[in-house]
Write a protein that binds this ligand. Structure first.
Ligand SMILES: [Zn+2]
Length: 498
């Protein structure tokens, strides 16, 4: 067994090296790579992923995994868990013929480039044929893996193990019945806070200073983290030693980058606080997209949009932007960044209406994968749903179905994790408040005890526990979306004096 484990660990290290190289290339492609180099990088990524795939399905490696799984008592718990996770990952891809796997990687790169162009030129015809091919690939892959399950459920499970359309249908029904009447009351109420000071000119070089400050407040170690600039912000990690966040600056919307930085820093905090014992292991990363989004949205909304936290960071904001924020109080800023109003763009949506944006995407991708909605009909179906759920007219595809990058790389089943993550976050906050004086800490801008609490309950485990097990352990109770709807109802009833 000793020799088996040694060979197994050596292969894990080889796979880590490929992941690292592909990750850096992908990050470069999204941040500073010239557009003309994307096709070549796509070929490189294709070649690297082919080798990585072969290393994962190699017969000798598979035999070592099986040997470890057959003798669970002969190895340490981390090695056993690594073998289980590698086996799950292998089962998901071993069923895919290699030519199709590589073709899909190459198509994903082409689709991403086409989406960028389509969005920039507001021309959906450049992207729709690629979307159709991607859906076809991903549907086939899901059916290779679980021939008897609905393809969309299999896709959901890739981002959140155990999540199904049955759970989500019920979840969104609850969210819709609690939030739609509340949004309606706000609309009818007529009151909206003053947001004019947010739309003044905030020089980008100063916004970069704000990013640095916020990363500091979020306790991100500059030795192990950095921030790049992109069209659509994301976070990536090559290990806990190297976590990259990204943002996008708009001169006339300081809150946009500000909250995107706090959001991405929430993802980064998770990755930076993985246990040292699994730092170089495939277990050394966030367990699922839902749990990840629970962390990003926890810091962005529950902490970042709270009045105590805004009071803590406001002096620094006034120091950076003395003219733009002259005569503005922390309370006025708090009201402005919590303005709730149905809108077109998900990433700019307020906390209250956000889940309805997700519901639109959830319902549409469920139909696209099932084949009940044709790709050609997607733009119109999107616009109709925005009218139905949010009461807004979509003026262009660029502001409609082309706004998000997620479908351009085939991440179908990803969107619901944003809504589930928000709901996890509310339940975490409720549990945390029993142990910590959260609002005094937030008011001091002292997030370390909050991060330590999350590290103890969530971060340190990486992928050692399944999402459901991990969250129930953290909540000390089963998951319950009522904490989310109750939190939003309480917050927005007070904000809008309903
Ligand atoms: Zn996120």
């Amino acid at each position: 067994m000793e020799e088996t484990v040694k060979r197994f660990k050596k292969r894990l290290e080889e796979l880590r090296v490929y992941d690292h190289a592909m990750g850096v290339l992908y990050y470069d492609m999204e941040t500073v790579m010239p557009k003309g180099a994307i096709a070549l990088a796509g070929d490189t990524l294709g070649a690297l992923s082919k080798t990585s795939y072969q290393l994962q399905i190699d017969k000798a490696f598979v035999a070592d995994i099986q040997a470890i799984l057959a003798h669970p008592d002969a190895v340490d718990p981390i090695t056993l868990c690594e073998a289980k996770r590698m086996n799950e990952a292998r089962e998901r891809i071993a069923c895919i013929p290699i030519d199709e796997y590589v073709a899909c990687q190459i198509e994903s790169t082409a689709a991403f480039a086409a989406w960028q162009k389509a969005k920039a030129q507001n021309d959906s015809s450049l992207f729709l044929p690629h979307l159709e091919k991607l859906i076809d690939f991903k549907r086939r892959f899901a059916l290779y893996y679980r021939p008897d399950a609905p393809a969309y459920d299999t896709m959901l499970g890739q981002y959140e193990k155990g999540l199904s359309t049955e759970t989500l249908d019920a979840f969104f029904r609850d969210v819709q019945s609690a939030l739609v009447p509340l949004i309606d009351r706000i609309q009818k109420n007529g009151y909206q806070p003053d947001t004019s000071f947010l739309e003044q000119s905030y020089p980008i070089w100063k916004q970069r200073e704000l990013t640095k400050y916020l990363m500091q407040v979020m306790c991100m170690d500059p030795e192990h983290s950095a921030c790049g600039e992109v069209e659509h912000p994301f976070t990536t990690n090559f290990s806990k030693a190297d976590v990259r966040i990204t943002t996008h600056y708009y001169e006339n919307a300081v809150q946009s980058s500000m909250y995107s930085v706090i959001h991405e820093a929430g993802h980064a905090t998770y990755e930076l606080n993985i246990g040292d014992d699994i730092a170089r292991s495939p277990l050394g990363t966030g367990v699922s997209m839902g749990v990840h989004e629970s962390q990003s949205r926890f810091f962005e909304n529950y902490i970042g949009r709270s009045e105590p936290f805004i009071e803590a960071i406001f002096p620094k904001m006034q120091e950076l932007f003395p003219e733009q924020l002259a005569g503005v109080s922390a309370h006025a800023f708090y009201l402005a960044v919590n303005k709730a109003e149905p809108s077109l763009i998900r990433t700019e949506a307020d906390e209250l209406t956000y889940s309805l944006h997700i519901m639109v995407r959830y319902e549409l991708e469920k139909q696209l994968i099932a084949g009940t909605l044709k790709v050609a009909d997607l733009p119109e179906a999107w616009n109709e749903k925005y009218r139905e759920y949010l009461g807004v007219d979509v003026p262009s595809d660029a502001m409609g179905f082309l706004q998000d990058m997620h479908w351009s790389d085939g991440s179908f089943g990803y969107f619901p994790s944003y809504a589930i993550g928000s709901a996890y976050g509310a339940q975490l906050l409720n549990r945390m408040e029993r142990d910590l004086d959260v609002w005094t800490l937030a008011g001091e801008g002292n997030l370390q005890p909050i991060i330590d609490w999350l590290k103890e309950r969530i971060y340190q485990y990486g992928c050692r526990l399944d999402p459901k097990e991990l969250m129930e352990q953290a909540f000390e109770a089963p998951f319950d979306p009522k904490y989310y709807t109750e939190y939003l109802t309480k917050k927005f009833t007070a904000l809008y004096r309903l």
